[in-house]
Design a protein around this ligand. Structure first.
Ligand code: NAD
Length: 474
């Protein structure tokens, strides 16, 4: 007889493992199946985020930031060091240790909350049976009252620039270079391109980023994108916009990349090429014929606002469904679905999901941009405040950037908050709380913010919405 569970989750990334833990907390007999094999050749829970995404990239961003500060910024503080050097093997080893700590941590959490892990490739069959093909080739069937599909996403490959793991790589490959490439090419000036481009630039690589679209960071606030672009250029990132890549060929120990922009066709030669042109839902091989679960034109699982697929007892969460591919969005969907299964009122507010790009300066936003508000004919007022006028930012020598708050012209309700600057990945949380509570700019303006802190930029921007910022002309 097949093993029987109340809930079987397919995928142990931030959407799936969180769904499994929450379901188990609610007293449901839960299993979670995952196929990922980590760097050591063993199953590793945590999906892309923990193994080759959020966590390892932050480890390298932090290492490279320390090195950059040592070689560039510390002299302003009167600190000098003779012959600073980067040992890439140690840096990558530290990253691997952090990954191992966190993937192992999920195994412990599963044990603690009594989630049964299965290791192998899962496929949903009709009638809510999940068949798991283990890494040893043996198959086992699990019967489930509810199935939560959370298979995540995979890097999109360009037909003319296939990943070879050595010269042409995806995000995983760019986390594991064994030395700083002299020349790094990046296709795509999106989140991954900018974050990993920054890592290797800070360590000394010449980085050229080729972006097909004419606008930089098209989904971000225009002022934020402008400030960020200016800072990235200062750091030496060579970002070419409107650059359509047509070929990438490995020649000897280098890659020749051909692209065309308004100036005509051009070529760059690089030692490594990172392709970061987006990700697609990893739904291939997850659904057997006849399950009734539908895919959209981009291969994503079709769900309603409650992450229900329309098939009794089958749900889908995270990168494999509509909405932004963000770990925290997937986790919240996982929690909501587990709670709905347990008869509770699970819910995700898609209007207040924060976005963060961990470059230097950091970029973070929540809610609507001015362009979106204009398109929807929503009357709004705007207040912004630069970090250059914030005492703490000046003391830290990190003055680039600003906070901008958009509020409804009549009700003053906060509609969007857009930040670029130091630690804005943390500062955005205050904006999300205010928006979640339907707060007004006046609410933020009346709240006492500690001095001297970076959070004063949020306070002053809220005051600026009403043209009464204290430390700048309104
Ligand atoms: P992305 O969608 O952020 O950016 C891809 C970029 O590539 C876009 O600007 C696009 O215009 C460009 N592009 C597409 N095809 C191209 C081509 N042929 N030539 C040149 N440019 C081209 O995708 P990503 O950076 O690959 O990241 C994938 C996903 O992972 C995203 O959904 C992202 O949100 C998520 N992610 C999030 C974080 C974070 O939250 N900090 C970090 C990493 C990844």
């Amino acid at each position: 007889m097949a093993d029987q569970f109340d809930v079987v989750v397919i995928g142990a990334g931030p959407a799936g493992y969180v769904a499994a833990i929450r379901a188990a907390q609610l007293g449901l007999k839960t299993a979670c199946v995952d196929a990922f094999i980590g760097k050591e050749g063993k199953p590793a829970l945590g999906g892309t985020c923990l193994n080759v995404g959020c966590i390892p990239s932050k480890a390298l961003l932090d290492s490279s930031r320390q090195f950059f500060n040592l070689t560039h910024s510390f002299k302003d503080h009167g600190i000098s060091a003779a012959n600073p050097a980067i040992d890439v093997k140690t840096m990558v080893g530290r990253k691997d240790k952090i990954v191992k700590q966190f993937t192992g941590g999920i195994a412990m959490l599963f044990k603690g909350s009594k989630v049964t892990p299965y290791f192998g490739k899962a496929m949903l069959k009709p009638g809510r049976t999940v068949s798991v093909k283990g890494h040893d080739g043996a198959s086992v069937d699990i019967a489930a009252t509810n199935v939560i599909l959370a298979p995540g996403s995979t890097s999109i490959e360009l037909p003319f620039a296939k990943f070879d793991g050595k010269f042409i790589v995806d995000n995983a490959g760019a986390l594991d270079f064994d030395a700083v490439p002299k020349r790094l090419g990046v296709i795509g000036a999106g989140v991954i391109g900018l974050e990993l481009g920054s890592v290797w630039r800070r360590l000394g690589a010449e980085v050229t980023i080729l972006e097909a679209l004419p606008d930089f960071l098209g989904t971000a606030d225009r002022d934020v994108a402008k400030i960020a672009a200016r800072e990235f250029v200062k750091q030496g990132l060579d970002i070419k916009l409107g650059a359509k890549v047509s070929a990438a060929k490995v020649v000897g120990n280098a890659v020749e990349v051909t692209y065309a922009d308004t100036k005509g066709e051009a070529k760059i030669v690089v030692d490594k090429l990172l392709v970061a042109v987006g990700r697609r839902a990893a739904t291939q091989g997850v659904l057997a014929d006849g399950t009734g679960v539908k895919l959209d034109e981009r291969g994503r699982i079709v769900v309603d606002e409650h992450c229900w697929t329309g098939v009794e007892g089958v749900w889908a969460v995270g990168d494999c469904v509509r909405g932004p591919m963000l770990a925290h969005k997937g986790s919240e969907e996982g929690v909501a679905v587990a709670e709905l299964i347990a008869g509770k009122a699970g819910h995700v507010n898609y209007d207040t999901i924060p976005w963060v790009i961990y470059t230097e300066p950091e970029i973070a936003w929540a809610g609507k941009t001015e362009e979106e508000l204009k398109k929807d004919n929503v009357p709004y007022k705007s207040g912004s405040f630069p970090f250059a006028a914030i005492g703490r930012a000046v003391a830290m020598n990190e003055t680039a950037g600003q906070v901008k708050i958009l509020a409804h012209a009549e009700t003053d309700r906060i509609l969007g908050v857009h930040m670029v600057g130091p630690s804005v990945s943390e500062l955005i949380a205050e904006a999300v709380v205010a928006m979640e509570f339907h707060g007004a700019a006046e609410d933020l303006a009346r709240i006492v913010h500690a001095h001297p802190t970076l959070s004063e930029a949020v306070h002053e921007a809220a005051l600026a919405v009403d043209k009464r910022a204290i430390h700048k002309a309104n």
